[in-house]
Design a protein. Sequence first.
Lengths: 784, 290, 164
Amino acid sequence: MNGKVFGRSVERLEDADLLQGAARFIDDIRIPGMLEAAFVRSPHAHAAIRGIDKSAALALPGVHRVFVLADLMPHLQIERLVVGLPSKSYKQDHHRPALAGDEVVHVGEPVAIVVADNRYVAEDGAALVEVDYDPLPAVADCRDALGAGAPRVHRHAPHNLLAEFALGYGDVDGAFGGAAHVLRESIWQHRGGSHSIECRGAVAVHDAMEDRLTLWSSTQMPHAAQRLLCDMLGRDENRVRVITPDVGGGFGPKLVFYPEDVVTALAALLVGRPLKWIEDRREHFVATTQERDQYWEAEIAVDGNARILGIRGNLIHDHGAYTARGVNLPHNSAETLPLQYEVPAYRMNVRVALTNKVPVTPVRGAGHPQGTFVIERLLDRVARELKLDRAEVRRRNLIHADKMPYTTQLKARGGMPIILDSGDYPKCQHQALAHAGWETFGARQQAARAHGRYLGIGLANYCKGTGRGPFEAVTVRIGPSGKVHVYSGAAAMGQSTRTMLAQIVAEQLGGKMENVTVTTGDTAAISMGMGGSNSRQTVIAGSSAHAAALKVRAKALKIASQMLDVAESDLEIEGDRIQATGMREKSASFGEIARTVAGTAGYALPAGVTPGLEATEHLVIDDMAHANGTAVVEVEVDAETGAVGIVKFIALHDCGRIINPMLVDGQILGGTAHGIGNALFEWMGYDDNAQPVTTNLGEYLLVTATEMPHIEILHHESPTPLNPLGVKGIGECGVIPVAAAIISAIEDALMPFGVHLAQAPISPAQIVALIEAARERMQGTPTK
Amino acid sequence: MKPPPFRYHDPQTIAEVVGLLRSCDNAKLLAGGQSLMPMLNMRFVLPDDVIDLNRVEGLAYIRETDGALEVGAMTRQRDLEFAQLVRARCPLMHEALLQVGHRQTRNRGTLGGSLCQLDPSAELVAVATALDATVIVVGARGAREFDFAAFPAAYMTPALEPDELLSGVRFALWPRGHGHAFVEFARRHGDFAMVSAAVLLEEDRAGTITRASVTVGGLGPAPVRVREVERAIVGNAASETLFRDACESCRTLDAVGDVHAPASYRQHLAAVLSRRALAQAHARAAGAGQ
Amino acid sequence: MSETRNIALTVNGTRYEREVEVRMTLADFLRQQLGLTGTHLGCEQGVCGACTILFDDYSARSCLMLAVQANGHQVTTVEGLASGPGHLHPLQQAFRDNHGLQCGFCTPGILTTLVEFLREHPAPTEGEVRVALSGNLCRCTGYQGIVAAALDAAKRLQADVESR
């Protein structure tokens, strides 16, 4: 369905400003009279606070105020950030306080805010705030956290089990009873932080004349931030406005509402001056939410033909010290595991453990890569034990296209049944393998081995529900200027949201991108909004934009028909005008049409037409559109150093109908880079005392241009019936199969050594150690 | 992450620098800033005075004198990288420089800054060790010279008196036709080496190794010359087996582990990388078969 | 208030005289005192490269320099790359055409780095481009669009030279 702009790689609306340094990110906002803040943060993973002495900091010239929790309490309706998604699985609640009171539970937890002339002085002042800590035992490992006798993450809590639930269906134990083969894997998975190149930030201004508090925040969810500020500060919606300026990457953690957001806002109110706080990279490592560890024990039962009979297991998930989002991450992981395969019976017992570390919330992929990793590792294991081709094992178990829509026995977190709406998983796998030369790889591998080079190939499939509902708000309005204005509760954080919405709207209203303006991330522009998460905006906001644009189109045609005295069916929209088909001389501009319904005192509107040329839509879509795909990776492993080089990478994705191929490719490439990081580089380390050991970008490794291979992207388009555009989300999809495919490929490369891999990430040192251990096993030497 | 308060000085002569060093108790010298500035931003160092060397005359030069390469301490890494003299006469340094940081950091970073920072994994520190460099140091009592081997006094601490600065370094040049190789293992391009190996070789026409310098960096506080390997190969005909056997001794070198890699892995890399460097240096040496 | 100095420097062709705190980084000076907010800070430890500017025409991390060090020198920031308002530098246009940016936060530092690189390597290979980019972190693009843009820009700049 290539239209005037729909389906085409049109230029992005965002680029001109970004390329010339004219964009406005949070730290670019400077307001006359503005002060700047720094936070005093806990150096301890766990400690009681006996007292705080602000006097030395307050005595420093340039320091205006220092606030601790006790100073803020009189001004807070609620002192905690109650943000967790609902779930019946919670055993206890641990909401973050605005600032730590008498206990800190992770390194980096904010304890006080220092307000000063500028950031330099604020940091000078923060160093002078004396906090009297009484260190307490800390919990670093989420498995240890659940052990008897473990220290408590919160000293007054009964235990460290935050939540527990089971996900599944069918007679699992029965399935295992009669199985020809039962295989078991113990898997460690770790994902790190989002590390958007822009860290977080907040700028707060209180307009005393109007008693309106404005918070600019680098948030993915401005409307949620507004609601929380209203709740915590006791203000109504008219008195709080939240604006998301240009955002330098989100990737998940920026959807969370943070203590720094509310404290910066409140401090600005109390000081009576505009106030800015910009997170620095060191703070980002210890104060912005991250993903971390999952430990899986998983078993798969298959029949003699490698057909899955059942999967069961246990998952322990590192939650961090507080609930900053909920139990959605481990839920997603457990839900994803069986999603795209025929799994007759399934049960995953999930335990969510508190640790004395930064709270865990979704990073791009949100638990789906981990679930995918586990099923793909299990299937590789089946292939290995049954001496079958890894692709063949998958082919036998993938859900076939003729079964779509396929109602799984799984329930989404809101209780709705999960239905796979569309897609052809076996075909996608087949195409990716064919492109990668899967069939002929063995010969190349053998030839390389003869020269002492270890090549390996791996694959992984994934399926992900995208476009989480229930809705997103979009208003489309044609103003008297003739411009088409789009307002949405969607949030842009670098993923071309404005271009996407403009393309959808422009398709119906003249096809002229430059005639469309898009406003996102402003609670004053639209009353409701859910923001950016869950690969949802193209699906949900895009559908609302489409519906609203159709309504405005219909109304504009109706008015133009009267103005021009031409039947609606004989009208067409060209650029910013409506004209009799093929007759530009018989036309009316958008501006002229808008003016006729803007009202003139004492004159009637056109017959049968309501005032204004706008429509607001909140299309409700509860079912998720399922994207899928296959990654095939070829690696070369240096068996002496453990270095892994990615030689070839095929990424095949099906995200339904494609609005802008260039942007879709961009999302896949970015997601793939995150996945490569998760497989080979990124590790957020903590020592046994829960002190972080990777707190800068020299220690925490992000992939650079030299580590990235050229990614070959293939598309398969299965339009979803769930929305009028047929689109599925793509934002998170790129990342999901990557670690699974790379680890599979490394294991394949090291097959001559008999190395078995059950973790991600894996480092060169670990690869060398595994080779060494396998050698010793083969030589019969006892291993440790 | 903003620098703490300090007094700033930008002297123009070495004498002024020495004078400032004498009068300031807690001063830091600012060379290219690629190490000091991050430490200031993170407030890992809190100097009362910062003495900027970037306007000091006579500290940036690259020249050949009496069979040695002389380089001023404030010579930018970029200038060394592009110097024809270095490329032609000291190819080991050129090869190492290509692995030092990134173009933006080499544009500012200096030879002296890197040597005084003494990061155990820094490429230029390994090069200075491999080439038996001589450091030229100026202080209140005038100039003195000593072997680079004595320059590391402790972990990341040069053997300089409080009123001294490094003014230049002399690298003895190896004869034309020598073999060289700088091989390192880093997680990503431009990272400090996890382990590095710097090798120089001379061979006679029969392919017998007549002189060797083998240095391994990244294991302990400073790069080490692996004399055991040098002794094992000098006087012998170069071969893959000779190198392999000789380099096994690297596995017993003292090594420190950290969160990124255990000591045993670094020792393993020392053996692998020094062998690879020897093989590469041998292939480049104008000896047998040429 | 810590020690201050008066400095004079040229930024994007315009001469400025300002009083600065000696501890202020060049990046903060450009952003806060000159309002040139196109230069971004992503790590303040010299790793991410977002703050890269051209210092006397050579790329440098502006978070690792003090503003006082720029006294008497020339600085070019992303705001100074295009020939005038409404015009994009060929490199900027190549980034737009090749989807070399998403959130755009790292982009200014990448553009300045590539301006220097392409001046020195007018016809680079993909491998050379990747090495040149290795000191700049991008979290959105996987670098593929950036590499394509750099190679495309090299061709455009060559064509510009030949057409003159």
